[in-house]
Design a protein around this ligand. Structure first.
Ligand code: 13P
Ligand code: SF4
Length: 316
């Protein structure tokens, strides 16, 4: 078997030869983050995908992220290392069911979290990420009726922060949903010198214990600017790579659901490996393909998100 350094060399060689860009999410294994041209949260990655001039986009994340890149680049080849890297949150919102759900609320606009399929995006008016959801909702008139899908936890958090009463679809992320207030409290007691940072995909009882709530990028920024030395981190374990690299003097502990495992891994994100990245680039697989109508209709709410985010100075 080829060693990691050799694989990394080959990946970089192939990437240049094929004029490809590698985009990686913070939840990817460290080796993949290290060979990515850009590592970011869902919002930054969507923006990078929208702006790239490269011929091939190799997206190291999960399926809906590859779809988003394809929607923004219909004429480019978008590949992902493993087609089985799905998302429990995206899977919790199925097209026909959501269509029926939407019909029950005729005067509402649909804001969908980017963690949904391309087909759900076609039923949406604006897409958001955890990095801009609050500001996007705040930018709409207070009396605007809104359906928020598919993440009930992020939606609930925004309802509480804005005093709105958005209709929430009943979806959630298995990685964040499994964290409990009881166990988080236990970890807090055992680490009384640490502060708790949490992703808004966590349920309300965990979020209530948090000192800071934000997207992966938000947490990274918060930690860098903080004077605290120790952090309990309530999100997927992959984020620790960046946190630890940027803040070698600070200590990070991932919040878990029980004592049997010290990590909180997303089984989908962690399907991607260095071997698969190399295979993917060598063979230009596995390609994301979407029909023209889906691309056309899914693109509008994503572009709306990017447009609002630029107007509000959330992205440049
Ligand atoms: P962000 O990177 O936008 O915070 O999203 C987290 C996530 O769950 C991605 O799947
Ligand atoms: Fe989906 Fe949750 Fe995994 Fe993110 S962490 S890809 S929301 S299952």
């Amino acid at each position: 078997m080829m060693d990691n350094n050799l694989m990394k060399e080959k990946i970089l060689e192939l990437k240049n030869k094929k004029n490809a860009i590698i985009l990686g999410h913070y939840y990817q294994v460290p080796d993949i983050q290290d060979i990515s041209d850009f590592v970011g949260d869902s919002l930054n990655l969507a923006q990078k995908a929208a702006e790239t001039q490269k011929d091939i986009i190799l997206f190291c994340g999960v399926h809906f992220m590859g779809e988003t890149a394809k929607i923004l680049n219909p004429n480019k080849k978008v590949i992902i290392p493993d087609l089985n890297a799905g998302c429990s949150l995206a899977d919790s919102c199925e097209y026909e069911e959501f269509k029926k759900f939407k019909e029950k609320y005729p005067n509402h606009i649909v804001i969908s979290y980017i963690n949904c399929s391309a087909k759900i995006k076609t039923l949406s008016d604006i897409i958001c990420t955890s990095g801009n959801a609050l500001q996007i909702v705040n930018s709409l008139p207070q009396d605007q009726k809104i359906i928020f899908a598919p993440d009930k936890n992020l939606g609930g958090y925004i309802n509480r922060m804005t005093g709105r009463n958005m209709v929430l679809y009943n979806g959630s992320c298995e990685v964040h949903e499994q964290l409990t207030a009881e166990y988080t409290l236990k970890m807090k007691r055992e680490n009384s010198d640490a502060i708790l940072i949490a992703h808004p995909e966590c349920n309300d009882s965990v979020l209530q214990l948090a000192d800071y709530i934000g997207s992966t990028q938000g947490m990274i920024k918060y930690v860098k600017e903080s004077n605290h030395k120790k952090f309990l981190v309530a999100t997927e374990s992959g984020i620790l790579h960046k946190l630890q690299n940027e803040n070698p003097e600070k200590e990070f502990i991932v919040v878990t659901s029980n004592s049997t495992c010290a990590c909180n891994d997303c089984r989908h994100m962690k399907l991607n490996t260095l071997e698969k990245v190399l295979y993917s680039l060598e063979n230009e697989v596995f390609e994301i393909n979407l029909d023209d109508e889906t691309i056309l209709n899914a693109r509008k709410p994503i572009e709306k998100m990017l447009e609002i985010s630029k107007k509000l100075n959330i992205i440049k």
